[in-house]
Write a protein that binds this ligand. Structure first.
Ligand code: NI
Length: 167
């Protein structure tokens, strides 16, 4: 296993649209293991392959407190959305920034697991937010892009300052 470097916003590679996985093979399973390790280490509750500069439709999520609920989403697709919720979100690619985003309250999603088997889930609350946030990453969208241009500019200059300090 290996920890993978996470791209930081506004890295333009975060805007790449990920390609579907044709075959779930050992290479994909290795990617899933490395992504899970990277997510737990960070720590975070979700990570999309886009964030580790691999542009394939692969996501790992674990919203449990004891890290016992790893979900593997390969080629995830949202089948239904319902309702609306506002949740304060953060992102491993936008460290230190937490902002409210409006998303669907409930989603029904289908995906493949690491064995290439289809599975489905009806999610609400935090899991529903996380699924939508991670699938956005696969489509090249970062959560701060839901905010106003003014807020986005403020975040960009804050991150630029931080990059200068840590560089
Ligand atoms: Ni994120």
């Amino acid at each position: 296993m290996a920890l993978l470097p996470i791209l930081r916003y506004p890295d333009p590679r975060l805007h790449t649209r990920a390609q579907p996985v044709a075959v779930v093979d050992d290479e994909i399973r290795q990617l899933v293991r490395d992504m899970a390790e990277t997510m737990y280490e960070a720590p975070g509750i979700g990570l999309a392959a886009t964030q580790v500069n691999v542009h394939r439709r692969v996501v790992v999520i674990d919203v449990t407190e004891d890290k016992s609920g790893l979900l593997v989403l390969i080629n995830p697709e949202i089948l239904e959305r319902a309702g609306e919720q506002v949740c304060e979100e953060g992102c491993l690619s936008v460290p230190g920034v937490y902002e409210k985003v409006t998303r669907a309250e409930r989603v029904r999603m289908k995906a493949l697991n690491e064995h290439g088997e289809p599975w489905e889930v009806e999610a609400d609350g935090l899991l529903a937010v996380c699924i939508q946030h991670e699938i956005d990453h696969l489509d090249g969208k970062v959560f701060v892009e839901y905010l106003s241009q003014l807020k986005l500019n403020r975040i960009k200059s804050k991150l630029a300052k931080k990059a200068r300090i840590t560089a």
